[in-house]
Write a protein that binds this ligand. Structure first.
Ligand code: HEC
Length: 110
């Protein structure tokens, strides 16, 4: 799914993020954001999701291995798509944290 990217206003980013999340993340983290703990962590109420953007962005860009493995999303999803999905997960299910911009995601890619 290609997004127009930089031109997206924040409300559009959150709306696009719901679709990105449901297409790419909900298989493991569930549409409810509650995951299937302990294998697939809940994003609802997660301190990492609600915290400072850099560690959250890095987790999704690089992936993570625990009981199960989350793939790296860098190269699979574009920075605007990742920003949209992260803005959505920070504001869905009662989560309350600020949006994440495509520029913040791009800044973590190296
Ligand atoms: C194939 C299953 C799978 C998919 C799809 C998946 N994840 Fe994950 N995710 C995981 C697993 C497994 C972990 C935790 C690994 C561990 O135990 O450390 C994780 C961890 C996370 C965390 C850290 C949560 C915390 O509180 O520590 C975030 C944030 C996250 N995923 C976001 C996403 C986003 C956004 C997407 C979609 C772009 C996504 N995940 C897609 C399996 C998945």
């Amino acid at each position: 799914m290609a997004l127009a990217g930089q031109a997206l206003a924040q409300p559009d980013l959150a709306a696009q993020g719901k679709a990105v999340f449901e297409d790419n993340c909900a298989a493991c983290h569930r549409v409810s954001g509650e995951g299937l703990p302990p294998t697939f962590p809940a994003l609802k109420g997660s301190a990492l999701v609600l915290g400072q953007p850099p560690p959250l962005i890095d987790t999704v860009l690089k992936g993570r291995k625990g009981l199960a493995t989350m793939p790296s999303w860098q190269g699979t999803l574009s920075p605007p798509e990742i920003a949209a999905a992260l803005t959505y997960v920070r504001q869905a299910w009662g989560n309350q944290a600020g949006p994440i911009s495509p520029q913040q995601v791009e800044a973590r890619i190296r």
